[in-house]
Design a protein around this ligand. Structure first.
Ligand SMILES: Cc1cc2nc3c(=O)[nH]c(=O)nc-3n(C[C@H](O)[C@H](O)[C@H](O)COP(=O)(O)OP(=O)(O)OC[C@H]3O[C@@H](n4cnc5c(N)ncnc54)[C@H](O)[C@@H]3O)c2cc1C
Length: 375
């Protein structure tokens, strides 16, 4: 049996950030991931400056040979509706490729890595957990994303009683001809809300890479929404007419609606495994790394005593940082008339420049109202 102080299941941004903090404090940390790295992850790859600050990312080093696209402008609106342009004097976000970003953070964190192996078994053994019959740790952290097996172990009823956001996305490297045909500017992501406001589509150019996707609160006919969005973009000549059509799907939970239990004796969840994405934008990388920082603070304070009561401060810190989760069933949708009224008002607001800048971009997508979490 191979022993470590903390075993983290999942080497995405949440897992590697926690490992980075615990390693710096002198703990022996092991990350188990079912994939070998670098690996693709379905994601638009948009990160806000708070992520860079909390991760203490050496941007000059990172940008060497990797896509690191500064963002200074945005186009917002509704699909097929009026476009609103918003610009900033300085860089307000960055575009990265998860293929590169996650690999960089994983290598930087210094943990021992067991890659290309999924978690197959998790059993109480001695004073901790035996994983896959060969790894042993007093604490196992679930950082395996939305479908994390540790979250399942803690009772998450994946897909059954959870209100998921379903998204489909494609990222591909454009040929020279496609780059010529693509009318999306590199420093200007485009965000278009669905007519019923239950989701939004995006186009995001990062260097030679184009990322197109659409996420919705309900996954009913998601593929049709995605196809219609892309067809519209092609018809307008915004994206190359030969843009591939094989989209990849994934799901995540918005923080207010995620019912997942975060801790138990010797177990703790971070990142998407805990269901943390910001409600309006679906941004999940920042909450993932912030949950890892808060988890590290709690874990180091326990001095190795990982009973549930000692881990509860993590839950309180998460509530202090992200707010209270909504309890009970989602309220019933208002009647058709009220819905129409709300939609008309929202469409009217989305056409206004001040609303696009101060609400849609600054609050919903850049989350500027919340300062970065110190690490
Ligand atoms: C279409 C789409 C677009 C998005 N765009 C953005 C964006 O632009 N910006 C943003 O901030 N957020 C975005 N998000 C959300 C973001 O991708 C996630 O919030 C983020 O990846 C969470 O990081 P994580 O480390 O918790 O999980 P993940 O990044 O999902 O990493 C989990 C890791 O666990 C591993 N794993 C899974 N199961 C097992 C197992 N059984 N055993 C071992 N290992 C396992 C996986 O291989 C993976 O490496 C997007 C999400 C989607 C679906």
């Amino acid at each position: 049996m191979e022993h470590c102080d903390v075993l983290i299941v999942g080497g995405g941004p949440a897992g590697s950030t926690l490992a980075w903090k615990l390693k710096a404090a002198g703990l022996d940390v092991l990350i188990l991931d079912k994939k070998t790295f670098p690996r693709d992850k379905t994601c638009a790859g948009w990160i806000t400056p708070a992520v860079i600050e909390t991760l203490k990312l050496d941007t000059a080093d990172y940008a060497r040979g990797r896509v690191f696209q500064p963002i200074r402008r945005f186009v917002t609106g509704t699909i097929g509706g009026k476009e609103v342009h918003t610009g900033y004097d300085a860089t307000v976000s960055y575009g990265i490729r998860r293929f590169e970003f996650d690999d960089y953070l994983l290598n930087r964190c210094g943990a021992r890595l067991v890659l290309g192996e999924p978690l197959k078994s998790l059993k109480h053994e001695g004073d901790g957990w035996a994983v896959n019959g060969k790894l042993h740790a007093p604490l196992v952290v679930g950082a395996g994303g939305h479908f994390c097996p540790v979250a399942r172990y803690l009772g998450a009823n994946l897909g059954a009683d959870e209100q998921i956001i379903a998204a489909q996305e494609i990222e591909f490297e454009m040929s020279a001809a496609q780059q010529q045909a693509c009318k999306v500017a590199e420093d200007r992501p485009e965000l278009y809300f669905c007519d019923d406001l239950k989701g939004y589509g995006w186009i995001f150019r990062k260097g030679n890479f184009l990322n197109i996707g659409l996420g919705r609160e309900d996954n009913h006919k998601l593929s049709e929404h995605v196809a219609a969005f892309c067809d519209g973009l092609k018809a307008q000549g915004r994206i190359p007419s030969d843009t591939p059509t094989k989209f990849h799907g994934h799901a995540y939970l918005l923080y207010p609606h995620a019912p997942r239990q975060l801790v138990d004796d010797g177990l703790l969840l971070i990142g998407d495994a805990a269901g943390l994405a910001y409600p309006q934008s679906g941004e999940g990388i920042r909450p993932a790394i912030e949950s890892a920082i808060l988890a590290a603070d709690t874990l180091l304070a326990t001095r190795g005593d990982y009973r549930r009561a000692q881990l509860e401060p993590y839950v309180s810190q998460m509530t202090a940082r992200f707010g209270k989760r909504l309890q009970g069933p989602t309220p019933a949708e208002p009647g058709r008339f009220v819905q129409r009224l709300k939609q008309s008002l929202a469409h009217w607001l989305l056409r206004r420049s001040w609303f696009a800048r101060h609400v849609v971009i600054d609050r919903w997508f850049l989350h500027r109202q919340q300062p970065p979490l110190p690490s």
